[in-house]
Design a protein around this ligand. Structure first.
Ligand code: FES
Length: 164
């Protein structure tokens, strides 16, 4: 399946609100990322032009910050914590379970753009270890049953269980 096509009108209106102010680059990129789920590479040129910068400068900022992505992500971005506290409480088996359930490795997005799987160093909720986030929601004290129900809640259909 193809990622959702870019809504050029929406992009243009985001750019317009930040036009000509170089220091607006980060907030502009954040808004584009929030709206589209990533920074479409095609948006780099119009953004650079609006802020009187070169596309290379914009690209430099996008690639510098880990929070920006140049690739479309799934509707649900899963971040499984692999920090020390979570590691001690079994985060490795949680990650393996999620990988098996979704058929994804770290950094991959499902073909239907429903899920993207990522790992992070610490979600700042160590007392809930092992933890993961789906979009902006935290889930803690995870075990396979709990992970399964979270995935179902976010639209993993029963047929997606990897069986032929
Ligand atoms: S180590 Fe996992 S939330 Fe801190």
């Amino acid at each position: 399946m193809e990622p959702k096509p870019i809504d050029w009108e929406k992009l243009a209106s985001i750019i317009e609100t930040h036009r000509t102010r170089k220091w607006n680059l980060i907030p502009l990129l954040q808004e584009v990322q929030e709206t589209f789920g990533y920074i479409p590479p095609e948006s780099m040129e119009p953004i650079a032009e609006a802020l009187n910068m070169s596309p290379a400068e914009v690209q430099g900022v996008v690639t510098f910050y880990a929070g920006f992505s140049l690739k479309p992500k799934g509707k649900c971005v899963l971040k499984v914590c692999r920090g020390t506290a979570c590691h001690v409480k079994g985060s490795r088996s949680i990650l393996r379970f999620v990988q098996n359930e979704l058929g994804l490795q770290e950094g991959e997005t499902s073909e239907d753009y429903q899920f993207t799987l990522e790992t992070v160093a610490c979600l700042g909720a160590c007392f809930l270890a092992p933890t993961m986030m789906v979009n902006k929601n935290y889930f803690g004290r995870l075990n396979p049953t709990k992970v399964s129900s979270v995935l179902n809640q976010y639209g993993k259909s029963k047929e997606d269980d990897g069986s032929p």
